[in-house]
Design a protein around this ligand. Structure first.
Ligand code: APR
Ligand code: PHB
Length: 388
């Protein structure tokens, strides 16, 4: 098989890249280790920046998001039982869209099927060859036989545990990492959300987040230890731990019910540099991870894909390598700003130690955020997403 761009991974990064390349008339094949159903069963975050929405529209897959997504003009932060609101609309004139990543992935898959572009699911033992040559090759097993694809470029969109980043010679890559001593325990439930807006909660017992997927479906998170066993978290225990962290109004409005999904995610900051190695371009979680506190994971995957799709379109239309040469530097400049914001928000909102000094510094910083228009504007600017 031969294609122009071989894409590894059918997460949001790979699917969105495939769709944008297709719009530019660039051939591509996606290789995905899992089945399509498995990819769609993963519950992930759901806050979409304006620039990401624009890119989804450009890819021709934004219609359902505009119809069913919830436009949020601000976000709420609750500190020790008292709620504060930060209005994106007033401060920076922008909004975000709350729309589940699962739904978005489905829209991208439907778009790809309508375009007739090939995705090979259940592709095993994917291996990259000759990435520093003009003719890279991918080998894999699918349908019980060994297969291979030759291509011009490889897009490594295979997430943090993928094969692409691991295929790079150790001396060519630098990794920057910070692991936080905590995780998020999340549940999805068929209950109305406690508020029209997300509430990020800082509480002495630990962080909590009240989010949503629709007016009838809620998503809640609690800070937990990394050693936590999900089996020891029946739904009742989750709700009992959430309640005391909320303000009185939210506590009264909280509707509890059985969970339809429950999972624990560790918190990590990670950046691999550079993001290009010869003909291999990393995008999304394959190159970087943010803790979920700033809701930036999906949006960063989309911004990488924006730079990469433009660079490839420019290469095929004009034979110019300029965009390809600058890809890593441009993508990383935006990545690091989102890493900073996500790290800052994580340090601000969680219970990280028993040290009273750390605790008081958090409270002082939060007080400043609520009182200073400049600080709130900076927060809003970062939360709604920096321009490309
Ligand atoms: N071969 C083929 N596919 C692979 C391989 C492999 N060796 N390893 C991983 N994959 C697939 C995974 O099964 C997954 O479907 O690559 C895909 C990567 O998707 P994501 O992990 O969703 O990463 P990305 O597309 O970069 O999306 C980033 O989604 O994961 C969330 O929190 C993340 O919001 C962020 C966004
Ligand atoms: C979510 O709805 O899953 C969500 C929202 C905001 C975050 C993280 C997760 O910061």
């Amino acid at each position: 098989m031969r294609t122009q761009v071989a894409i590894i991974g059918a997460g949001p990064a790979g699917l969105l890249l495939g769709q944008l390349l297709h719009k530019h008339g660039i051939d591509n094949v996606i290789l995905e280790r899992q089945t399509g159903d498995y990819v769609l069963s993963r519950v992930r975050a759901g806050v979409i920046e304006q620039v990401t929405q624009d890119l989804l529209d450009e890819a021709g897959v934004g219609a359902r998001m505009h119809r069913d997504g919830l436009v949020h003009e601000g976000v709420q932060i609750c500190v020790d039982g008292e709620r504060h609101r930060i209005s994106f609309k007033d401060l920076v004139g922008k909004t975000v869209m709350v729309y589940g990543q699962t739904e978005l992935t489905k829209d991208l898959m439907d778009g790809r099927a309508a375009a007739g572009a090939p995705t090979i699911y259940s592709a095993h033992d994917v291996a990259l060859h000759d990435i520093f040559s003009e003719r890279p090759r991918i080998t894999f097993r699918a349908d019980g036989r060994a297969q291979d694809i030759s291509c011009d470029f490889v897009a490594g969109c295979d997430g943090f545990h993928g094969v692409s980043r691991k295929s790079v010679p150790a001396g060519a890559i630098t990794t920057n990492e910070r692991v936080y001593p905590l995780g998020w325990l999340g549940i999805l439930s068929e209950t109305p959300p406690v508020s029209d807006e997300l509430i990020y909660v800082r509480h002495p017992q630990g962080f909590a987040l009240c989010s949503m997927r629709s007016p009838t479906r809620s998503r809640y998170y609690l800070q937990c230890s990394l050693a936590e066993d999900i089996e020891s978290w029946p739904d009742e225990r989750f709700w009992e731990e959430l309640k005391p962290r909320l303000d009185e109004e939210a506590r009264e409005r909280l509707v509890t019910g059985p969970s339809i999904e429950k999972s624990i995610a560790p918190l990590r900051s990670f950046v691999a540099e550079p993001m290009r190695f010869g003909a291999l371009f990393l995008a999304g979680d394959a190159a970087h991870i943010v803790p979920p506190t700033g809701a930036k994971g999906l949006n960063l995957a989309a911004s990488d894909v924006q730079y990469l799709s433009r660079a490839l379109a420019e290469y095929y239309a004009e034979k110019s390598r300029a965009g390809l040469e600058h890809y890593s530097e441009r993508a990383l400049a935006r990545v690091w700003k989102a890493e900073r914001f996500s790290w800052w928000m994580t340090m601000l909102m969680h219970r990280l130690s028993d040290n009273s000094f750390d605790h008081k510094i958090q409270l002082a910083e939060l007080d400043y955020l609520f009182r200073s228009q400049a600080a709130a504007t900076a927060f809003a600017e970062n939360y709604v997403g920096l321009p490309y």
